[in-house]
Design a protein around this ligand. Structure first.
Ligand code: FAD
Length: 301
């Protein structure tokens, strides 16, 4: 088992996820998770906004198999939307359909999503549907399409490791899209496995959407990709209002500020909440060097 597979397996362990919730942010997670409650996350957003950075807020939550948990998550996201509106911070929402009942009942999940999207619509706040594993992909896309018939504040994510990503991108070209490499472990029947293939597809999709799409969030920490895209944007004179760069909270902080200072639109993905464990393990899977965050916390006591 590779280090990557090891951390992905940990991220999927329900027992460890549930236990971690009881103990607050631990193991260095506090450097990549912006607090456990709404007040803390709004403070973090204000700090980033002051540096010219907008935010997308993710109320962390995994393994939701009970209606009561999905309803609680919905209430929490509605409260975040209210807090964004009343505080006037520059932020929108990222959410995961599985947290709102995708694995419980599709109508129940749709109604939860609808309530969130329509409150956000009243306040002109954008809602991004994060994309999860392959099993949930088509249902999530269906929800996005259905909701966008009523509201224009909905967008989603295209994961470049999927063989079908190019087709999905063409279908969703009139949407605001975040394009990423893809974070979950997927079999070779549905996803590219090698870094070279994923990177090549990633760049191809970004270029396509920048030229043909509505709005592109270039979501990566990969400096080679970022430098390539900067040149591509300049060469094709892509207007600023058509794209932004995105990175995760706590990663490559200096590069985030530098990109904003250079005049690029920049948005930080800001996760918060007690359910931080799965998110944190996926970040360790992507970049085992992040394990330093853990060892520093465990040994620097
Ligand atoms: P990688 O391929 O991990 O890294 C490429 C190179 O960049 C590395 O070799 C290294 O040289 C450099 N590098 C990377 N990270 C660092 C670092 N921290 N410090 C120094 N150098 C570094 N995935 C999903 O499946 N669904 C989603 O909805 C989703 N949303 C996302 C939202 C945002 C804003 C971001 C940034 C990512 C999201 N992801 C999502 C995760 C994404 O799919 C990738 O798993 C993740 O971003 C890692 O890939 P990468 O492009 O950042 O670069």
């Amino acid at each position: 088992m590779s280090v990557k597979d090891f951390f992905i397996a940990l991220s999927e362990n329900q027992f460890l996820n549930n236990n971690a919730k009881k103990y607050g942010l631990k193991l260095g997670a506090q450097s990549v998770v912006a607090g456990t409650n709404i007040d803390e996350v709004i403070e973090s957003i204000k700090y980033l906004n002051k540096q010219g950075i907008s935010c997308t807020v993710d109320n962390l939550g995994e393994f939701v198999f009970e209606r009561s948990e999905a309803t609680a998550a919905k209430e929490q996201i509605l409260a975040v939307i209210e807090a964004i509106h009343t505080s006037g911070v520059d932020a929108h929402i990222s959410l995961k359909p599985s947290q709102l009942g995708l694995d419980i009942d599709l109508d129940f999940c749709y109604n939860n999503l609808e309530e969130i999207v329509s409150l956000a619509h009243q306040y002109d706040i954008f809602i991004n549907f994060d994309m999860e594993n392959y099993e949930r992909l088509q249902t999530s896309f269906d929800f996005v399409e259905r909701l966008s018939e009523k509201h224009d504040n909905v967008g989603t994510v295209i994961q470049a490791y999927f063989h079908r990503a190019e087709e999905d991108l063409a279908k969703f070209k009139d949407y605001r899209l975040r394009i990423v490499k893809g974070a979950y472990k997927e079999p070779e029947t549905v996803a590219f496995q090698s870094k070279d293939e994923i990177d090549a597809n990633y760049i191809k999709l970004l270029e396509y959407h920048l030229l043909n799409g509505k709005f592109t969030s270039i979501a990566t920490h990969d400096h080679d990709v970022i430098n390539h895209m900067k040149k591509f944007i300049a060469l094709h004179d892509i207007p600023k209002e058509k794209y932004e760069f995105q990175m995760l909270y706590g990663f490559r902080k200096e590069m985030q500020i530098d990109l904003a200072k250079e005049g690029y639109n920049f948005c930080t993905y800001v996760p918060f909440g007690e359910d931080w464990y799965g998110y944190f393990m996926r970040r360790l899977a992507e970049r085992p060097q992040n394990i330093q965050l853990v060892t520093k916390q465990v040994f620097n006591k």
